[in-house]
Design a protein around this ligand. Sequence first.
Ligand code: CA
Length: 237
Amino acid sequence: MIEKVDLIYHVYYMEMEFVMVKILIVEDEKSIANLIYDALSNVGYRCKIVFDGKMAAEEIEENKYDLILLDVMLPEIDGFELIEYTLQFQTPVIFLTAKADVKYRVKGLKLGAEDYIVKPFDISELLARIEVVLRRYNKTSEIINTGNLTINLYSRCVKKDGEEVELTYKEFELLVLLIKNQGIALYREMIYETIWNNDFDSDTRTVDLHIQRLRKKLGLENQIKTVYRVGYIYKEQ
Ligand code: CA
Protein backbone atom coordinates (compact mmCIF):
# COMPACT_ATOMS: atom_id res chain seq x y z
CA MET A 1 0.00 0.00 0.00
CA ILE A 2 2.85 2.36 0.75
CA GLU A 3 4.09 1.97 -2.80
CA LYS A 4 0.70 2.97 -4.14
CA VAL A 5 0.60 6.13 -2.04
CA ASP A 6 4.08 7.03 -3.27
CA LEU A 7 2.99 6.55 -6.84
CA ILE A 8 -0.05 8.79 -6.43
CA TYR A 9 2.05 11.49 -4.85
CA HIS A 10 4.50 11.25 -7.72
CA VAL A 11 1.73 11.72 -10.28
CA TYR A 12 0.45 14.86 -8.56
CA TYR A 13 3.94 16.23 -8.48
CA MET A 14 4.46 15.54 -12.18
CA GLU A 15 1.21 17.29 -13.02
CA MET A 16 2.34 20.38 -11.18
CA GLU A 17 5.67 20.32 -12.96
CA PHE A 18 3.82 20.19 -16.24
CA VAL A 19 1.53 23.09 -15.57
CA MET A 20 3.83 25.53 -13.81
CA VAL A 21 5.68 27.96 -16.03
CA LYS A 22 9.43 27.37 -15.85
CA ILE A 23 11.84 30.26 -16.17
CA LEU A 24 15.62 30.09 -16.40
CA ILE A 25 17.48 33.06 -14.93
CA VAL A 26 20.95 33.51 -16.44
CA GLU A 27 22.70 36.16 -14.38
CA ASP A 28 26.18 36.26 -12.90
CA GLU A 29 25.39 38.89 -10.25
CA LYS A 30 24.07 36.81 -7.40
CA SER A 31 22.14 39.58 -5.66
CA ILE A 32 20.21 40.43 -8.82
CA ALA A 33 19.66 36.76 -9.64
CA ASN A 34 18.25 36.13 -6.16
CA LEU A 35 16.03 39.19 -6.30
CA ILE A 36 14.52 38.03 -9.58
CA TYR A 37 14.23 34.46 -8.32
CA ASP A 38 12.29 35.53 -5.22
CA ALA A 39 9.99 37.84 -7.14
CA LEU A 40 9.16 35.25 -9.79
CA SER A 41 8.75 32.38 -7.33
CA ASN A 42 6.42 34.54 -5.30
CA VAL A 43 3.97 34.86 -8.17
CA GLY A 44 4.08 31.16 -8.92
CA TYR A 45 6.79 30.67 -11.55
CA ARG A 46 9.20 27.80 -11.13
CA CYS A 47 12.71 29.18 -11.51
CA LYS A 48 16.30 28.13 -11.73
CA ILE A 49 19.38 30.33 -11.64
CA VAL A 50 22.61 29.71 -13.55
CA PHE A 51 25.58 32.04 -13.28
CA ASP A 52 27.37 31.71 -16.60
CA GLY A 53 26.70 31.09 -20.27
CA LYS A 54 28.13 27.61 -20.34
CA MET A 55 25.94 26.42 -17.46
CA ALA A 56 22.98 28.04 -19.20
CA ALA A 57 23.64 26.13 -22.43
CA GLU A 58 23.82 22.85 -20.53
CA GLU A 59 20.66 23.62 -18.59
CA ILE A 60 18.71 24.49 -21.73
CA GLU A 61 19.83 21.26 -23.37
CA GLU A 62 18.71 19.16 -20.44
CA ASN A 63 15.50 20.86 -19.35
CA LYS A 64 12.61 22.50 -21.10
CA TYR A 65 11.99 26.12 -20.13
CA ASP A 66 9.11 28.39 -21.06
CA LEU A 67 11.23 31.53 -20.89
CA ILE A 68 14.86 32.55 -20.43
CA LEU A 69 15.92 35.79 -18.74
CA LEU A 70 19.33 36.38 -20.17
CA ASP A 71 22.04 38.76 -19.02
CA VAL A 72 24.38 39.96 -21.79
CA MET A 73 27.72 40.29 -19.97
CA LEU A 74 28.35 36.77 -18.70
CA PRO A 75 31.37 34.60 -17.97
CA GLU A 76 32.22 31.82 -20.45
CA ILE A 77 29.66 32.52 -23.18
CA ASP A 78 27.99 35.94 -23.36
CA GLY A 79 24.26 36.49 -23.82
CA PHE A 80 24.50 37.58 -27.46
CA GLU A 81 26.33 34.38 -28.33
CA LEU A 82 24.11 32.21 -26.20
CA ILE A 83 20.83 33.39 -27.73
CA GLU A 84 21.77 31.98 -31.12
CA TYR A 85 22.16 28.63 -29.47
CA THR A 86 18.93 28.85 -27.44
CA LEU A 87 16.71 29.78 -30.39
CA GLN A 88 16.84 26.26 -31.81
CA PHE A 89 14.87 25.17 -28.74
CA GLN A 90 12.16 27.76 -29.54
CA THR A 91 12.31 29.17 -26.04
CA PRO A 92 11.56 32.90 -25.83
CA VAL A 93 14.35 35.07 -24.45
CA ILE A 94 14.21 38.40 -22.64
CA PHE A 95 17.54 40.20 -22.30
CA LEU A 96 18.26 41.79 -18.93
CA THR A 97 21.27 43.98 -19.20
CA ALA A 98 23.14 47.07 -18.10
CA LYS A 99 23.97 47.80 -21.75
CA ALA A 100 21.48 50.61 -22.34
CA ASP A 101 22.94 51.85 -25.61
CA VAL A 102 20.42 51.71 -28.45
CA LYS A 103 22.81 49.80 -30.71
CA TYR A 104 22.84 46.93 -28.20
CA ARG A 105 19.06 46.96 -27.88
CA VAL A 106 18.75 46.72 -31.64
CA LYS A 107 21.33 43.97 -31.74
CA GLY A 108 19.55 42.02 -28.99
CA LEU A 109 16.16 42.27 -30.69
CA LYS A 110 17.61 41.47 -34.12
CA LEU A 111 19.18 38.34 -32.67
CA GLY A 112 15.68 37.17 -31.84
CA ALA A 113 14.99 38.28 -28.27
CA GLU A 114 11.35 38.96 -27.39
CA ASP A 115 12.23 41.92 -25.22
CA TYR A 116 15.20 43.88 -23.90
CA ILE A 117 15.13 45.26 -20.37
CA VAL A 118 17.78 47.63 -19.12
CA LYS A 119 19.10 47.43 -15.55
CA PRO A 120 18.24 48.74 -13.08
CA PHE A 121 14.64 47.79 -13.65
CA ASP A 122 11.52 47.70 -11.55
CA ILE A 123 10.35 44.21 -10.56
CA SER A 124 6.73 45.00 -11.38
CA GLU A 125 7.77 46.04 -14.89
CA LEU A 126 9.77 42.85 -15.30
CA LEU A 127 6.75 40.77 -14.23
CA ALA A 128 4.48 42.62 -16.65
CA ARG A 129 6.87 42.11 -19.56
CA ILE A 130 7.29 38.43 -18.72
CA GLU A 131 3.52 38.05 -18.78
CA VAL A 132 3.29 39.68 -22.20
CA VAL A 133 5.87 37.29 -23.66
CA LEU A 134 4.30 34.23 -22.05
CA ARG A 135 0.89 35.23 -23.35
CA ARG A 136 2.35 35.62 -26.83
CA TYR A 137 3.60 32.04 -26.54
CA ASN A 138 0.40 30.79 -24.92
CA LYS A 139 2.39 29.76 -21.89
CA THR A 140 0.41 31.37 -19.10
CA SER A 141 -0.72 28.60 -16.83
CA GLU A 142 -4.41 29.27 -16.35
CA ILE A 143 -4.89 25.84 -14.84
CA ILE A 144 -3.22 24.85 -11.59
CA ASN A 145 -3.12 21.18 -10.64
CA THR A 146 -2.02 20.43 -7.14
CA GLY A 147 -2.77 17.38 -5.04
CA ASN A 148 -6.29 16.32 -5.95
CA LEU A 149 -7.33 19.86 -6.91
CA THR A 150 -7.69 21.46 -10.32
CA ILE A 151 -8.13 25.21 -10.36
CA ASN A 152 -9.01 27.07 -13.53
CA LEU A 153 -8.06 30.71 -13.04
CA TYR A 154 -10.14 31.92 -15.99
CA SER A 155 -13.42 30.15 -15.35
CA ARG A 156 -12.76 30.23 -11.57
CA CYS A 157 -13.82 26.61 -11.42
CA VAL A 158 -12.36 24.42 -8.66
CA LYS A 159 -12.51 20.65 -8.86
CA LYS A 160 -11.64 18.14 -6.18
CA ASP A 161 -11.04 14.64 -7.54
CA GLY A 162 -12.76 15.81 -10.72
CA GLU A 163 -15.90 17.02 -8.90
CA GLU A 164 -16.69 20.71 -8.95
CA VAL A 165 -16.74 22.43 -5.55
CA GLU A 166 -18.51 25.76 -5.23
CA LEU A 167 -16.48 28.48 -3.57
CA THR A 168 -17.45 32.05 -2.80
CA TYR A 169 -15.53 34.85 -4.50
CA LYS A 170 -13.30 35.44 -1.48
CA GLU A 171 -12.75 31.76 -0.80
CA PHE A 172 -11.50 31.35 -4.35
CA GLU A 173 -9.14 34.33 -4.05
CA LEU A 174 -7.81 32.99 -0.77
CA LEU A 175 -7.21 29.52 -2.19
CA VAL A 176 -5.30 30.89 -5.19
CA LEU A 177 -3.21 33.18 -3.00
CA LEU A 178 -2.22 30.26 -0.75
CA ILE A 179 -1.46 27.88 -3.60
CA LYS A 180 0.53 30.38 -5.63
CA ASN A 181 2.70 30.83 -2.55
CA GLN A 182 3.11 27.16 -1.73
CA GLY A 183 5.63 26.54 1.01
CA ILE A 184 5.67 30.19 2.11
CA ALA A 185 4.13 31.22 5.44
CA LEU A 186 1.77 34.11 4.75
CA TYR A 187 1.00 36.67 7.42
CA ARG A 188 -2.63 36.93 8.41
CA GLU A 189 -2.46 40.70 7.90
CA MET A 190 -0.95 40.29 4.45
CA ILE A 191 -3.71 37.86 3.45
CA TYR A 192 -6.31 40.22 4.84
CA GLU A 193 -4.94 43.25 3.03
CA THR A 194 -4.57 41.37 -0.25
CA ILE A 195 -8.08 39.95 -0.34
CA TRP A 196 -10.23 42.15 1.86
CA ASN A 197 -8.52 45.35 0.85
CA ASN A 198 -11.55 47.64 0.62
CA ASP A 199 -13.93 45.76 2.81
CA PHE A 200 -14.58 47.75 5.98
CA ASP A 201 -16.96 45.22 7.51
CA SER A 202 -14.29 42.63 8.09
CA ASP A 203 -11.13 42.11 10.12
CA THR A 204 -8.35 39.53 10.37
CA ARG A 205 -10.79 37.07 12.03
CA THR A 206 -12.47 36.98 8.62
CA VAL A 207 -9.28 35.35 7.33
CA ASP A 208 -9.50 32.61 9.97
CA LEU A 209 -13.16 31.96 9.18
CA HIS A 210 -12.48 31.66 5.47
CA ILE A 211 -9.51 29.37 6.09
CA GLN A 212 -11.76 27.10 8.16
CA ARG A 213 -14.34 27.00 5.37
CA LEU A 214 -11.74 26.27 2.70
CA ARG A 215 -10.28 23.44 4.74
CA LYS A 216 -13.71 21.94 5.20
CA LYS A 217 -15.04 22.39 1.66
CA LEU A 218 -11.91 21.04 -0.02
CA GLY A 219 -10.62 18.67 2.65
CA LEU A 220 -7.41 20.66 3.02
CA GLU A 221 -6.90 20.18 6.75
CA ASN A 222 -3.46 18.68 6.09
CA GLN A 223 -2.44 21.17 3.41
CA ILE A 224 -3.43 24.50 4.92
CA LYS A 225 -1.45 24.68 8.14
CA THR A 226 -1.61 27.31 10.82
CA VAL A 227 1.75 28.96 11.47
CA TYR A 228 1.84 30.06 15.09
CA ARG A 229 1.84 33.88 15.48
CA VAL A 230 2.17 34.34 11.72
CA GLY A 231 -0.77 33.06 9.73
CA TYR A 232 -1.09 30.23 7.26
CA ILE A 233 0.95 28.13 4.88
CA TYR A 234 -0.12 25.85 2.03
CA LYS A 235 1.94 22.68 1.76
CA GLU A 236 1.21 19.75 -0.47
CA GLN A 237 1.69 16.56 1.56
CA1 CA B 1 26.50 40.33 -15.99
